[in-house]
Design a protein. Structure first.
Length: 323
């Protein structure tokens, strides 16, 4: 019936693949990014199950939880009820899939995996200390974020995680030698990223209270590997961080811009109406959740890229301040 699982190349995507692989006994798993699905650069057919990604031109089943992808369906005049699968505004796509197959006899160890996926994917931590606390899920997620020497090696690691999470509790998987080795490598990489971020942090002149951290990575010739959340360790008083990078195609830098933004954990203790996903939708860049969002802006040349980048940064700040 279904031959492949096509899923997001992050922790949520791995857990989605774990559940679907168990339910349908499918070991052929493809990991990818939302942009490649949006641009139809991956061949997807009715024999594929698509998880945690935008709805493609066609597929066999589709599971997702991103409000922006739901808005895109409405824009395309696609009735969500006509799609086999499930969309739900849940903390993670893994939760959507787990709920969908809840009537089945799923392994008991799936529930704690999904619970941690909810926290990680929605960045639902009480504070910075809670975020930095080591857990089995965060250990595994770190190995996924580690920069591998080749895409093939990364995909092999993700598939190995799926196979092990299907049969073993998350605590056991986090202690596997291959996971522990990658986790130690990630900690070294994180130190390097933090030093790099310290050099890149900036604020707009009008942002006198340092509410929005800006990480402009567009001057890099090669795709930078940084995690924007680390900026909160440098400026814990900030309310959000915005990272701007160029898109790369086959390791070649383009003039197209990528915007990625998230709210600080500091706002957990405050009442607010901030919604990052809504900002991305208003500016027609992309979408996301209230706490995090991302989008892309295509530019025809370097001059347009520089001008557009400056305009959008100021637009994002203005919308953020007025929310």
């Amino acid at each position: 019936m279904y031959k492949r699982i096509i899923t997001h190349a992050d922790f949520d995507g791995v857990v989605c693949a774990t559940i679907c692989s168990h339910v349908f006994n499918i070991d052929f798993i493809v990991f990818t990014q939302p942009r490649l699905v949006n641009e139809a650069k991956i061949a997807i057919t009715k024999e594929d199950i698509v998880c945690d990604l935008p709805f493609p031109l066609e597929c066999g089943m589709w599971f997702d939880h991103h409000e922006g992808n739901l808005e895109e369906l409405k824009y395309r005049n696609i009735d969500i009820e006509s799609i086999n699968g499930k969309f739900e505004a849940a903390p993670s796509c893994a939760r959507v899939i787990y709920n969908y197959f809840s009537s089945m006899d799923l392994p008991d160890h799936f529930e704690p995996i999904v619970e941690e996926t909810d926290i990680i994917d929605s960045f639902d931590y009480k504070d910075i200390e809670d975020w930095r606390r080591k857990t089995p899920g965060k250990t595994i997620e770190a190995t996924i974020k580690l920069k591998e020497p080749s895409a093939q090696r990364k995909w092999a690691h993700l598939r190995n995680l799926v196979q092990n999470l299907k049969t073993r509790p998350i605590e056991e998987v986090s202690k596997m030698p291959s996971v522990r080795k990658r986790y130690r490598q990630y900690l070294d990489e994180e130190e390097r990223m933090l030093e790099q971020i310290k050099k890149e942090i900036a604020f707009l002149p009008e942002d006198t209270e340092h509410r929005l951290i800006i990480l402009d990575m567009t001057h890099y010739k090669h795709q930078p590997n940084v995690l924007k959340h680390l900026a909160y360790l440098v400026h814990p008083e900030a309310q959000a961080v915005l990272q701007i990078s160029n898109l790369f195609s086959n390791h070649t830098k383009t003039n197209d811009l990528s915007f990625s933004m998230s709210l600080s954990l500091n706002l957990k203790t405050e009442e607010h109406s901030k919604d990052v996903g809504d900002i991305m939708r208003i500016l027609n860049l992309g979408g996301g959740h209230p706490g995090a969002g991302a989008g892309v802006k295509h530019c025809s040349g370097k001059e347009e890229m520089v001008k557009t980048k400056d305009e959008i940064i100021h637009q994002i700040f203005k919308l953020f301040e007025n929310q």
